[in-house]
Design a protein around this ligand. Structure first.
Ligand code: 1PR
Length: 589
């Protein structure tokens, strides 16, 4: 029945549909897959289509946003390139699109559910079968396959043979796969022509694998634990597993080539070099309102952000949007904003912070993380806001990831006490809706010296230099409220628990090293990055380029973050990267 419905659309459509690059046998194969895939549906839908010439002009792009998450970055990138966006509201809008972008977000099963219930699944199949210009991004690539193991097996659109499976973390590869990787170009794909051996940004836990059955589709692969499909192309149909909207200039060129293929000269694609996941260099902006009421970038010494003067003012190192834009141009792989007074001020009342995100995301095309104040909150009028609502507002305003500090500590303490996952903590709720990869836990530990490992119930390390009273061991005590309150949980215990509760990444600060410029706390970073299988961002203490190579050589950190040296312009980001390259450490250039 489904096949008949699609066929009748094809013959009756008034819009001329091009079958330029799909042979008749390919179309039959595609239909067969979709047919098999939907046979289980209880009441086969018959799509009534009135194809029109559509309202799209050359500068209009149709965007399929089914409301499951944040596609603001994609919107920003399309607008930045000078195009207007028309949103899909009905299946007909898909069929009438001149150029369709499908940035899949959220989980595979819920996306398929929405697409099927709204009739969009069938419209998408028809659109793609008819070789209309299509660009799927991330989940927008995965949904084209037969099925996914994510909370499944769950049927996909069945247009491309293959099963989407989870990365295997057993070989020491951290899952999610977050960061910058280069591609192995398998065939001419036009939209990838400018990439060469430059890195693009990935963030995902599931991937499709190349096989004999789908080799006609695969236009590039990427290696992470094994070779997975980084992009597909068949005729006018493209999809990429990476995020072009978050891949800096090179990502914008992918979008530009899709949006306006004719304006771009065709190049012979250059083969990428073998690539591991590049180590990331992250610029962090601690943001707060100063005593005059202006939102400023500040920076502490061991978390004290006030000048040591009579006035005792909040240190002001610049304006958040300007600095973030500058770091993007300088080559930062990510930018993080930490709203450092978020623990006491309600972030949704802090409209300037949301404005900062909105403005930054219009011009910064690498991932943006925001943290501070993500927790449940009841305002002065008795209105209750869940942490999920707070996070959603951050996402809507342009964040790609949110970071949770104090609230993650409380959730971990509770879990250790009860051994029950309630599903109610901010960490669990946000990662369930937005995916683990969108949730960072920011840890603010302080080193506490002890005489022996049995002095505390927490994991200790033997310290290279004895403590003030000759102590040979130390543990790392977690704190909340910007380091003001020490808690009865170690960073090691916290890291393991938050991974279980759904964190996708750990931002590992260190109060002792913060702002000191003497290097990262290698012992701490080694302890935590060896304890978990999610990526760890080393933070606090960078003072020279050598500190970055040291942390990457001596620990399993996936990224290194710095603040003071960048704000004070002591060390440019490019010098850090040049140094890392010289030391043989792969970075994005
Ligand atoms: O607890 O969920 O509201 O989150 C609050 C967030 O604000 C946490 O991520 C916490 O780390 C951060 N925060 C709170 N108070 C401060 C402070 O400095 N007074 N900043 C603070 C944490 C540490 C790093 C810093 C690095 C690198 N700042 O973000 O950027 O240490 O600095 P460096 O390179 O200059 O050494 P919640």
């Amino acid at each position: 029945m489904e096949g008949v419905a699609c066929a009748s659309f094809t013959s009756s459509a008034s819009k001329s549909l091009s079958f330029s690059s799909l042979s008749q046998s390919s179309i039959i194969t595609l239909r067969q897959n979709y047919h098999n895939n939907t046979l289980k549906s209880k009441s086969p839908r018959k799509l009534v289509i009135r194809a029109s010439s559509g309202s799209s002009s050359g500068s209009v792009v149709t965007l399929l946003d089914y409301g499951a998450g944040n596609v603001r970055s994609v919107r920003n990138a399309i607008r930045y390139l000078g195009y207007e966006i028309e949103d899909v509201r009905t299946p007909k809008d898909i069929l009438n699109a001149d150029r369709l972008i499908f940035p899949g977000v959220g989980a595979f099963a819920s996306a398929m559910d929405v697409l099927t219930k709204t009739g969009m699944a069938e419209a998408l199949c028809t659109y793609i079968e008819n070789d209309r210009p299509f660009l799927g991004i991330c989940l927008g690539l995965q949904l084209l396959f037969d099925s996914s193991e994510e909370n499944g097996p769950v049927n996909g659109l069945g247009l491309i043979p293959g099963v989407v499976g989870r990365f295997n973390s057993l070989n020491g590869f951290r899952v999610p796969h977050i960061g910058w990787n280069a591609l192995q170009i398998a065939k001419d794909s036009e939209i990838l022509d400018d990439i060469g051996d430059r890195h693009v940004y990935f963030v995902h836990s599931y991937r499709a694998m190349p096989s004999n059955d789908n080799k006609e589709w695969v236009s590039s692969t990427c290696n992470y634990s094994d070779d997975f499909i980084a992009s597909i192309r068949r005729g006018n149909v493209h999809a990429v597993q990476f995020h072009p909207e978050k891949s800096g200039d090179v990502g914008l060129s992918v979008l530009r080539r899709f949006l306006n293929p004719k304006s771009q000269g065709s190049k012979k694609p250059t083969q990428g070099k073998a690539s591991k996941l590049a180590k990331r260099v992250i610029a962090c902006l601690d943001v707060r309102t100063n005593d005059k009421g202006d939102l400023v970038v500040t920076k502490g010494d061991q978390y004290d952000v006030r000048e040591q003067t009579k006035e005792n003012e909040v240190r002001n190192l610049g304006k958040p949007v300007e600095l973030a834009g500058q770091y993007y141009k300088d080559g930062a792989d990510e930018v993080s904003f930490l709203n450092i007074t978020g623990f006491r001020d309600f972030p949704l009342g802090d409209l300037p912070m949301l404005q900062v995100l909105r403005h930054t995301s219009e011009n910064v095309f690498v991932p943006l993380t925001v943290g501070g104040g993500i927790r449940d909150f009841t305002d002065a009028n008795g209105r209750y806001y869940s942490s999920l609502e707070v996070a959603s507002e951050y996402f809507r305003s342009g964040a790609d990831k949110i970071s949770i500090g104090s609230d993650a500590v409380y959730a971990a303490e509770e879990y250790i006490k009860t051994k029950v996952k309630t599903g109610k903590s901010s960490l669990e709720q946000i990662s369930k809706v937005y995916g683990n990869q969108a949730v960072v836990v920011s840890v603010d530990p302080r080193r506490v010296y002890v005489q022996g490992p049995n002095d505390v119930q927490f994991k200790t390390i033997r310290v290279p230099k004895p403590g003030p009273n000759g102590e040979e061991y130390a543990w790392y005590q977690c704190t909340v409220n910007g380091g003001r309150e020490g808690r009865s949980i170690g960073a090691y215990e916290l890291a393991k628990v938050v991974e279980e509760l759904g964190a996708g990444e750990i931002l590992l600060n260190c109060i002792d090293c913060d702002g000191q410029g003497k290097g990262f706390d290698i012992d701490l970073i080694k302890l935590i990055s060896d304890a978990v299988s999610i990526p760890v961002i080393a933070s606090s203490g960078a003072g020279a380029v050598e500190h970055f190579s040291e942390v990457f050589m001596k620990t399993n950190a996936s990224a290194a973050l710095a603040a003071g040296i960048f704000h004070r312009k002591e060390v440019p980001i490019q010098s850090v990267k040049a140094h890392l390259l010289k030391e043989g450490i792969e970075v994005r250039i």
